[in-house]
Design a protein. Sequence first.
Length: 403
Amino acid sequence: MDLYSGLPYWIVKNPLYDDYHPLSADLRTEVAIIGSGITGALVAHELCKVGIECTVFDKRTPTTGSSAASTALLQYEIDTPLCRLVGKIGETAAVRAYHSCLQSINGLEHVFMELNISPDFMRVPSIYYASDRNGLSLIREELEIRNRFRLPVIYFSKKDLSEKYHLKAPGALVNYSSAQVDPYQAATQILRHYQEKGQLDVYTHTEITQWEEEGEGYRLVTARGTTIHCRYVVVAAGFEAGRFLPAKVMKLTSTYAILSEPVEKEYIWPGHSLIWETREPYLYIRTNNRNRILVGGEDEDFRDPVKRDHLLRKKVSVLEKKIKKLFPDLPFRTDTAWCGTFSSTADGLPFIGAWPGKERMLFALGYGGNGITFSMIAAQLIRCKIQGIKDERESVFGFERLH
Ligand SMILES: Cc1cc2nc3c(=O)[nH]c(=O)nc-3n(C[C@H](O)[C@H](O)[C@H](O)COP(=O)(O)OP(=O)(O)OC[C@H]3O[C@@H](n4cnc5c(N)ncnc54)[C@H](O)[C@@H]3O)c2cc1C
């Protein structure tokens, strides 16, 4: 699958982790991780830190899948508002999902501190503004339930938003528990850390094409015909993981992003807040530490990469108009633009864990707008599963909820 096109900023900004290391002989490993994106890297971290032997395999150069195209806003608030998620999966599970995402941002920060790496992780506030009157009633309902379950949130009126952020909207929910990161640096720095310590091998340009259960584990076959024997397989293959699943669990769509040239710092709103809205598909905005502004959204309900790419120019102009409408004085000039495949699930939550009856193939599928926070949860849950530790989050994110 062609996961993105255009030039994602992270690929332009960072030197390529130019590793070419295909698997050329059969191999035995405790845990085979398929995918070297942010999810595979975090899974490798969780396993390496407790001494569980693992090996990463990727059909591409490391971290050049969706993680390289991500805009990497890190928020505890997921695509489905809590007040609606309760109706889909029940109150206990919904509240647990939200609290897990909140913890996950701390978890990511902790990983970067623990490994002493700096992938431009930055704590920033988040503004979820009402796009219209319906949005205003939604955020009022959302405020009540988040307060009830002690999730960090405050309400900003139309006046607050205009005075503090020069943003024209009828109201918003604000929290100070969000963050942003450079996802390419995050994943490659984690992988490199363990490779340099001699704890991890990463085989690139190694596509897993066949798999079968074998005794107490799995036998995997690569496109080059080499074989991998392992006790567990972790599928961290992102939006291309569908081939490993017995049923379709997600919908693939297309999404667009533009990045501005740097602007003078007085144009950047307080705290470099993340900004997004109640309308769907939503517009979202973040900045970076060089005062560039990243705007994303304009999602389309199809996955065809040719059709997706065809719309790129049109989408750039729509996104530019939208940002200008929101911040009329902002001198926004697009520097780079790209589009990518994106995936969502019916309840907005990821799928993490084993497909019932296949206990040694563990999925880490962070689908939805909060893919990276879900990746952290997946990495922790998979480590617990392999260590035989029960985790109460399992039932919230597992495949069991499909049945
Ligand atoms: C434009 C865009 C904006 C986004 N914005 C955000 C955001 O603001 N916040 C957020 O949290 N999330 C966001 N996401 C989602 C987030 O980027 C993804 O959830 C995340 O990057 C997925 O990481 P991953 O490691 O699971 O997948 P990937 O990065 O795609 O890594 C999977 C890897 O598996 C490899 N692979 C696949 N199949 C095989 C196989 N058979 N054999 C070997 N290797 C294989 C691929 O080559 C790939 O490198 C965004 C996504 C896009 C596209």
